[in-house]
Design a protein around this ligand. Structure first.
Ligand code: ATP
Ligand code: MG
Length: 390
């Protein structure tokens, strides 16, 4: 029996003038998610379907679709032939097969059958067909019908073309807006727990992510860089393709370390990161920068520290985790599959040359004075020249 996957998308953003824009992005992203799987994407009756796939790919397709922002739910459905002359036997048999697969089947669970009938040529209306199918299920089981508080629902969607889709489960997907509809943003991607989660949160609202990572070889290793590449790949499941730029940061760190007061090391370093991220953002047509900062989490994320870093940015800096506890961030990292990679113990450039007592409440004027001994522009130009696209 042929199976199809029904994809439901959020109606809200598809209303109005921008419908085509949103819809074409959503379709593009769904096709990107399924690009390595042999299947057919079909658009019909105000919905999308995935058809013509081999049985062993079903789980993979489901998993990928559930991670596409803009998709609200999906159902794996059987496609049955509609034949009123034999009292919808094919549909009934499928409905029974589906319900008998349910784990609650043997407990005498309650169920309902919900029928939608687009084919108005049929003599029975949807309520009559539903009770006919329900009667068939009752005759072969000890389940009971409860139209209002049911444990299992069997849905039958009768289309105009002589076919019906029969399904039971509705799987909730990630929701959100299609990636790309809110523009581009440059993510500062460390190897830590927070920044991949920040990517997820911003993608959920339709942002297309570009990423920059600062690495300080030989103080940071190739393994640390590999880890960031893996995090990028995991995030791509939700965010679609992410361009990753790795900026050599050693010279800048050594210069700060040599010439600036130790207590401002982190703040000045962050200001360099921010300046470089902004330059790359503008080059790649990004309207904002994203970081994984959360207020008060560490010394560099106090309000005063954030103020000092923010002062060098001229485009908006989004911090989607600002109000999250670490545990909440870790829960999302687990859900999206980045956590295990994030906790691999490779060094980050932020963890080298760390002063014993960093300024927790740095003052902007003092920081500006401290860094004024550096050849800021030249250092930035050289760092950008050394960028590697990974
Ligand atoms: P994360 O878990 O994301 O590394 P964190 O809790 O370790 O965050 P910090 O090290 O203070 O916090 O970093 C704050 C933010 O600065 C990160 O979320 C990230 O956006 C950015 N950042 C830090 N280190 C780097 C890096 N090496 N390359 C790019 N961005 C970085
Ligand atoms: Mg970090």
């Amino acid at each position: 029996m042929e199976k199809v996957i029904i994809i439901r998308y959020g109606e809200i953003f598809l209303k109005g003038k921008n419908r085509d824009f949103f819809e074409s992005l959503l379709i593009k992203n769904i096709k990107f998610a399924l690009k390595d799987i042999d299947c057919k994407f079909v658009r019909a009756h105000g919905r999308y379907f995935v058809e013509n796939f081999a049985e062993n790919f079903e789980n993979e397709i489901v998993e990928k679709l559930l991670a596409v922002f803009g998709v609200y739910s999906i159902s794996v459905a059987f496609k049955a032939v509609v034949c009123e002359e034999d009292n919808f036997l094919a549909i009934k048999e499928l409905a029974f097969e589906l319900i008998s697969d349910n784990e609650k089947f043997l407990d005498g669970a309650s169920f309902r059958v919900t029928v939608k009938r687009a084919d108005k040529r049929l003599s029975m209306n949807s309520t009559q067909i539903a009770s006919d199918i329900g009667g068939y299920i009752l005759s072969k089981s000890n389940l009971k019908v409860d139209l209002f508080s049911f444990e299992i629902e069997i849905s039958v969607d009768i289309r105009e073309n002589g076919f019906a889709f029969v399904y039971s489960d509705v799987l909730l997907a990630v929701g959100g807006l299609p990636v790309g509809c809110s523009g581009n943003a440059m993510l500062m991607l460390s190897g830590g727990i927070d920044s991949p989660v920040a990517a997820y949160m911003m993608s959920k609202r339709g942002t297309k992510i570009f990423a920059v990572h600062f690495s300080s070889p030989p103080y940071t290793s190739d393994m640390a860089k590999e880890k960031v590449r893996s995090l990028r790949t995991i995030c791509e499941k939700y965010c679609t393709e992410i361009k990753l730029m790795v900026v050599p940061f050693t010279e800048i760190q050594l210069e700060i370390h040599k010439q600036c007061p130790a207590e401002y090391m982190i703040t000045i370093m962050r200001r360099f990161m921010m300046r470089i991220a902004e330059k790359l953002a503008i080059k790649d047509n990004c309207g904002a920068i994203i970081t994984g900062e959360s207020l008060g989490q560490v010394a560099s994320q106090t309000m005063q520290s954030i103020n000092c870093t923010n002062a060098v940015a001229t485009i908006p800096v989004f911090r989607p985790l600002i109000g999250f506890d670490k545990q909440e961030i870790m829960n999302i990292a687990n859900k999206i599959g980045t956590y295990e990679t994030s906790i691999l113990p490779y060094e980050d450039c932020c963890t080298i040359f760390l002063p014993k007592s960093p300024a927790i409440k740095p003052q902007l004027r003092a920081v500006e004075r401290a860094e004024s001994v550096l050849e800021i522009d030249e250092l930035i130009v050289r760092a950008i020249e050394g960028i590697e696209i990974c």
